[in-house]
Design a protein around this ligand. Structure first.
Ligand SMILES: CC(C)(COP(=O)(O)OP(=O)(O)OC[C@H]1O[C@@H](n2cnc3c(N)ncnc32)[C@H](O)[C@@H]1OP(=O)(O)O)[C@@H](O)C(=O)NCCC(=O)NCCS
Length: 333
């Protein structure tokens, strides 16, 4: 049955707005993704007030007849060269208020904003076999990529194997690790390795390419630090000074038990030497030593990213759910 819903674009996010937002997202995720911890109120506030690198956000709150929030929507508009065509959507409607047109109302505001902003691609990640999929199909979004989400339980590790793998030498390479911002002497090499992430499989997503330089990698670390997150990096550095590969883990603010895998990349010229497994095993070991309160690592991989999936399976990651990236192609004038 249609419900009287009022959309409010939010220009400045108050603590009250963030709390309302959190209530909707937590109710929605608990309904559709049981077992996946929703973000904390602090994380939601940080996400809404401190947008990611090279991007800004537009946000809407849908209020029901009594003014209470029943739905939320946000788009992240990328501003870096190579991604200026792209907008990334998050949309949630409180399960008690679904199938009354609120999601559609939010999406129409989002699509209008994408047109105004000259975006040709709107992408959104949706849980497999969820209402979100039916909603995307209804509104003509196309499925562009399938992601497998995996978890590594750190209390179920093969510690001996992890120790041997991380300690094994790789002739011509050494391990380097840091917390937060990359050390100056590795910054250029790190930026070059990050640019190698552009060849990661993205299915049919119109994801664009990003060029990284030393300033951008520092800025990325600052965004995470400003949110209260801890960024850990481990890299394989070649004798000639090039960074051959690296892996990044983020510990969200508030020391939750779950760590998030960010990038792992091995530069094409250095593939086939077991470096991906090496840096990831060393990272697991480091986490165990430095952050014993962390119970698991969460990651996602494109289903056709067979090499990364094989590395993760060998480390002990196990798949536990799937999501799809949907894309809406918007005509540009
Ligand atoms: C997806 C979501 C935002 C939809 O919100 P909503 O307010 O229920 O959406 P609407 O009422 O506007 O639905 C519009 C149409 O989408 C389709 N649809 C939505 N939910 C559906 C479901 N559970 N089963 C089948 N079709 C569905 C229907 O065609 C529906 O029209 P109808 O109700 O007249 O049949 C909501 O289910 C949600 O928050 N899901 C979890 C988060 C998520 O997946 N977000 C990504 C969405 S892009």
């Amino acid at each position: 049955m249609p419900e009287h819903v009022h959309l409010t674009p939010l220009h400045r996010i108050s603590v009250t707005d963030a709390a309302a937002w959190h209530r909707v997202v937590a109710a929605s995720m608990t309904h559709d993704l049981p077992g996946v911890p929703p973000p904390t109120p602090g994380q939601i506030h940080a996400q809404l007030t401190k947008p990611g690198l090279d991007s800004h956000q537009l946000t809407w709150l849908a209020g029901g007849p009594d003014g209470a929030a029943v739905g939320v929507g946000t788009i992240r508009l990328f501003t870096a060269p190579g991604r200026e065509h792209l907008a990334e959507l998050q949309l949630h409607v409180d399960p008690a208020h679904r199938r009354r047109g609120t999601g559609s109302l939010l999406l129409s505001a989002v699509v209008a904003a994408c047109r105004t902003e000259g975006r040709r691609s709107l992408i959104v990640e949706v849980a497999a076999d969820s209402p979100g999929e039916a909603f995307c199909e209804r509104w003509g979004l196309r499925r562009a990529l399938t992601l497998s989400h995996l978890r590594l339980r750190l209390d179920q590790l093969d510690e001996t194997w992890i120790g041997e793998t991380s300690e094994a030498t790789r002739p011509g390479y050494r391990l380097a690790g840091w917390t937060g911002t990359v050390p100056d002497d590795l910054a250029e090499a790190f930026a070059a390795a990050k640019t190698a992430m552009n060849d990661m499989p993205v299915g049919d997503l119109d994801y664009g390419t990003l060029h990284w330089d030393a300033d951008r990698v520092r800025a990325m670390a600052k965004v995470l630090a400003d949110r209260g997150d801890t960024l850990l990096t481990l890299a394989a550095v070649h004798d000639d000074g090039a960074m051959a590969g690296y892996t990044e883990i983020v510990l969200p603010q508030g020391t939750p038990p779950q760590a998030l895998q960010y990038d792992t990349a091995v530069v094409p010229a250095h593939r086939g030497h077991g470096l991906g497994l090496w840096v990831k095993a060393a990272m697991v070991r480091r986490l165990r030593a430095e952050y014993p309160g962390v119970a698991e690592i969460e990651t996602d991989n494109a289903e056709d990213n067979v090499h990364m999936l094989a590395v993760n399976q060998r480390l002990g990651f196990r798949p536990y759910r799937r999501t799809h990236e949907y894309q809406l192609d918007l005509p540009t004038v």
